[in-house]
Design a protein around this ligand. Structure first.
Ligand SMILES: Nc1nc2c(ncn2[C@@H]2O[C@H](COP(=O)(O)OP(=O)(O)OP(=O)(O)O)[C@@H](O)[C@H]2O)c(=O)[nH]1
Length: 678
């Protein structure tokens, strides 16, 4: 077991729950941040990019290292907005544990649910922090109930609030049986401990009993003492909380108001006391490329190096910064490593540890740790790096489909060159952002996960990279497919430089299950039809998949079989067969009842009861199907499925019908045939 104390944590929260404010306080108290940057003043040290500050929300995930009580804490910032699910997935992969922040007023909102379920999927141990206890309407016990009901989790409060709203003055430590008050100072706050006052004695006893009762499920020692009515030692309580947290059977609950500097230090103590070090997390799986089998990779410095690039960020001076999580072995500055995904060697020029406001040069990075490597020219988010001698690919990240596009057109020739470079760079940073050229018009289309995602990217292109470009209106990214089988024979004939060339092929096209992808199959014997020409037909078909059938959108879920050929050695050329492949595919698909597929989104709306009628009729008039309606206190939660095309401008619309009190989350659900074309 490694003796070094380390935590790789993420901070997950619904937008506005106070993630940035809490992270700021954490960095401040850990002594690495010299002043508190207020989000409201747009000075957050964690927010790297100018436009994040404009918007006041956190968009990129960057890793920041700080130290608390001899423990190194690497914080991987995790965005809460559903337009950035890929960013969330990517950071969840490299975390060992997380703090989930809930707003004491808003409680468990749809976006917190989405992120919570993603964290369940990656089996991430969590502690929860109920923030904003000072706000009007704060309801600590209400949020606890919601965590139980909506997230099906087992919340166990370790602290209770003293008072609420403007009377929120401090917290009760149930383990130490003390009250803690937070005296404001010019460096944040100072904690003062005092015995529990008469007023809270009963409440404290009741919840301490609840805590010990919950813990007895993990500790026989506690059960024994509990049953015999003996005092349970604090160290035993803490050990059981740690065990239950790591095995994900309980969610320890912390409470505070970060903005008022209340509750943050105990939360940091909780990270150290209850969350696992990398050495306590289960091994991850990787594919051994040479042996073609899955192997377990445990955190071990002595083994061959293996790391995952989980984020690329471009820096004007240093170029690409590759954020790497090491799972095994050690990498050193100046060394050459092997990019297992790209099958190319790359050099490590520098290794940096990022703190909130500075970077620190390091000589090496070892298993368990997170750092930035400078010098990689090819690495992309999701790549595995290691050595040629031990080629294990750490499971590639799964990214959702882009659903919305905009056309982008440079204003001058010099902008054109710059634009291509910038778009390429942005794609390396963010694989959910793709670039496509319309073959007919030559126009560049950029696609992403939602309006906000594209908006952020376009702003970066224009503002950060100074490219002068015209931007079209957002459009949905459609797909094309076919709905029946059809067989077609293509006769291709062309005279090239006085020489006759011919290619005759018979192709069958048929639809396959949605999501199965495209398939090409050759049923002609290689003796009758040489490999070179077969490959040419396949190339032609593959190119045609990208060019669409009726509307020029990419074709998906079609199987193409080459049934027969008329092959004449004298007039056959690869170019003729390639052309026959493309033309034959187009002709066959046109007669196979082509269909246009549109993306449908899962939409979750929360609004006060009085607006529910308006909100539902708004969804129905947008062609949406209401799936469920659920009430909690005075809030209604509506789940629906709505075609993406009908979701443009929805946020403005929702704001206006709910007087700004409705919120929504949206993510891709599936593709469905679109009636009546475009
Ligand atoms: N009253 C009160 N307001 C708070 C508290 N913590 C944060 N806020 C305010 O809530 C707003 C949102 O806080 P942020 O820290 O930006 O929230 P966030 O979760 O990081 O939001 P995104 O970056 O958009 O995901 C800001 O105006 C904060 O000043 C708190 O403890 N009490």
């Amino acid at each position: 077991m490694e003796t070094r104390q380390m935590r790789n944590i993420g901070i997950m929260a619904h937008i506005d729950a106070g993630k940035t404010t809490t992270t700021e306080r954490i960095l401040f108290y850990t002594g690495k941040s010299h002043k508190i940057g207020e989000v409201d003043d747009g000075e957050a040290v964690m927010d790297w990019m100018e436009q994040e500050q404009d918007r006041g929300i956190t968009i990129t995930s960057a890793a920041t290292t700080c130290f608390w009580k001899e423990t190194q804490i690497n914080i991987i910032d995790t965005p809460g907005h559903v337009d950035f699910t890929a960013e969330v997935e990517r950071s969840l992969r490299v975390l060992d544990s997380a703090i989930a922040i809930f707003c004491a007023v808003g409680g468990v909102e749809p976006q917190s649910e989405t992120v919570w379920h993603q964290a369940d999927h990656y089996k991430i141990p969590r502690i929860a922090y109920i923030n904003k206890m000072d706000r009007l309407g704060a309801d600590f016990f209400g949020v606890i109930e919601e965590i139980k009901e909506k997230l099906k989790a087992n919340p166990v409060p370790l602290y209770l609030p003293i008072g609420k709203e403007s009377d929120f003055t401090g917290i009760i430590d149930l383990i130490e049986e003390q009250e803690i008050s937070f005296e404001p100072t010019n460096y944040g706050s100072e904690m003062h401990h005092s015995p529990i006052s008469e007023e809270y004695k009963e409440l404290c006893a009741q919840w301490r009993e609840h805590l010990i009762d919950q813990l007895s499920a993990f500790s026989d020692e506690i059960t024994e003492r509990y049953l015999e009515g003996e005092e349970v030692p604090k160290e035993m309580i803490k050990a059981a909380i740690r065990k239950g947290t790591i095995s994900r059977e309980i969610i320890p609950i912390f409470v505070g108001a970060s903005l008022k500097n209340v509750g943050v230090q105990p939360l940091l103590d909780g990270v150290v006391a209850y969350l696992p070090s990398p050495w306590e997390t289960p091994p991850i799986e990787g594919l051994h490329l040479k042996q073609d089998k899955m192997v377990a990779v445990a955190i071990d410095e002595q083994q061959q190096p293996l790391g995952l690039v989980f984020k690329i960020q471009f820096d004007r001076e240093m170029g690409a910064l590759s954020f790497v999580r090491m799972y095994s072995g050690t990498l050193k500055k100046g060394q050459t490593v092997y990019n297992i995904t790209k099958r190319k060697r790359e050099r490590i020029n520098r290794i940096l540890r990022m703190h909130s406001n500075r970077s620190e040069a390091m000589d090496s990075i070892s298993a368990g740790d997170i750092a930035v490597i400078v010098g990689f020219k090819l690495a992309q988010t999701g790549d595995t790096i290691g050595s040629e001698g031990y080629q294990v690919s750490l499971e590639p990240m799964q990214f959702p489909e882009p659903v919305i596009s905009v056309a982008i057109e440079p204003k001058t020739a010099s902008d054109q060159e710059k634009l291509h470079k910038v778009l390429d760079q942005l794609h390396r940073e963010d694989p959910t952002f793709t670039v496509r050229e319309n073959v007919d018009t030559g126009q560049l289309l950029i696609s992403g996960m939602g309006e906000l995602h594209l908006d952020v990217l376009v702003t970066r292109v224009i503002k950060d990279f100074n490219v002068d470009a015209r931007i079209g209106n957002p459009q949905v990214t459609y797909r094309e497919s076919i709905s029946k089988e059809h067989t077609h024979t293509e006769h291709f004939h062309k005279v090239v430089s006085g020489k006759e060339t011919n290619a005759v092929i018979t192709l069958k096209v048929e639809p396959v299950k949605q999501g199965a992808g495209n398939v090409f199959e050759c049923l002609v014997n290689e003796r009758e039809f040489p490999r070179e020409f077969r490959d040419a037909v396949e190339r032609g078909v593959m190119n045609a998949f990208g060019g669409g059938i009726m509307y020029g959108y990419p074709v998906f879920d079609v199987k193409v079989s080459l049934l027969s050929v008329e092959f004449d050695e004298m007039t056959a050329t690869a170019a003729a067969y390639e052309a026959a492949g493309s033309l034959g595919f187009d002709a066959a698909c046109r007669d196979a009842d082509p269909i246009l597929l549109e993306p449908v989104m899962k939409v979750d709306v929360m609004c006060p009861k009085e607006f529910v009628g308006e909100v539902m009729s708004q969804i129905t008039s947008r062609g949406g199907m209401i799936e469920s309606l659920e009430s909690k206190q005075s809030i209604e939660h509506i789940r629906a499925e709505v075609p993406m095309i009908k979701m443009f401008g929805y946020s403005t619309n929702l704001r206006s019908v709910t007087q700004g009190r409705g919120t929504f989350a949206m993510e891709f659900s599936h593709f469905q045939p679109k009636e009546g074309g475009i």
